[in-house]
Design a binder for this molecule. Structure first.
Ligand code: NI
Length: 272
């Protein structure tokens, strides 16, 4: 069983959860409206037969505020590279947060969302590794089509997605990389570097393009969302400095995504 709990706060937040008027949206900050954190704890374990709890979420909230938020606040003061500082603080707060997370549940990972489009994650068992996930969007048209099939077969297999004139999607791309803190600079992963590489290698070549016609890989490869994820992986792998490509997730619609981790068996597809 896995339980996820998140707290929402501003970095200057010193409001105890018990006194918060709106725990859904988090407290209203008078000082720093530009920064808002969402911190998620993922706890695995058996469910207690008597209480029905995997863990006490009030205790979890106290750990997230008392350990993780506190560490993030310490790190933020006077630091030039705030993204790396936040990632390092998350990494450093994990052991104490894990220790305080009471049995039978055990803390498996902590995620810090610094915006809806960027998050850091640290995992149990990988104490020096931080994952950075950034999201991007591109609009593109495609036609699902296999040149080895007849037009009739293409229509039968791909239906309206094989319309000869194509159709479009607003794709959302989530790229995850992992890295360890640099001894000298403290940099873990560099979001601007990731943005630059993804823009140059994926967004600029794909955005507002007909994938079948204008992207070389799809001249003979069917541009399904699965193949788009693999092609993006291949375009990014090896181009990133000081970090390792971990996963490429492509949302074709809000109901469907394909995720590629460099391994064939790593592909998944939403069935909702
Ligand atoms: Ni489509």
């Amino acid at each position: 069983m896995r339980l996820m709990r998140e707290v929402r706060c501003f970095p200057d937040d010193n409001v105890e959860t018990a006194h918060m008027l709106n725990t859904w949206a988090g407290p209203v900050s008078n000082a720093k409206l530009a920064t808002f954190w969402i911190i998620r704890a993922f706890v695995d374990g058996p469910v207690d037969e008597q209480t029905g709890y995997l863990c006490d979420i009030k205790r979890l909230d106290a750990i997230l505020h008392g350990v993780v938020v506190r560490r993030l606040l310490e790190q933020e003061t006077g630091c030039r590279n705030e993204a790396s500082a936040a990632a390092t603080a998350l990494l450093e707060s994990f052991p104490l947060a894990a220790e305080r997370c009471s049995a039978p549940g055990s803390l498996q990972s902590l995620e810090l969302k610094v915006s809806p489009f960027m998050s850091f994650t640290v995992y149990r068992g990988d104490r020096r590794m931080v994952r950075l996930t950034r999201s991007f969007e591109f609009c593109a048209s495609h036609r699902l089509y296999c040149r080895d099939f007849s037009d009739q077969e293409n229509r039968r297999i791909f239906g309206k997605c094989s319309n000869p004139h194509g159709h479009g999607h607003n794709y959302v791309l989530e790229v995850t990389v992992s890295g360890t803190p640099d001894e000298l600079s403290g940099t873990v992963v560099d979001p601007p570097h990731l943005d630059r590489v993804v823009k140059e290698r994926v967004i600029d070549p794909f955005d507002h393009k007909n994938l079948n016609v204008e992207c070389a890989e799809f001249s003979s490869l069917n541009p399904s969302v699965e193949n788009i994820a693999r092609v993006i992986w291949n375009r990014l792998e090896g181009a990133l400095e000081r970090c390792r490509l971990t996963s490429v997730r492509v949302w074709e619609t809000p109901k469907t995504y394909a995720e590629y981790t460099g391994r064939q068996e790593g592909q998944t597809r939403s069935v909702l």
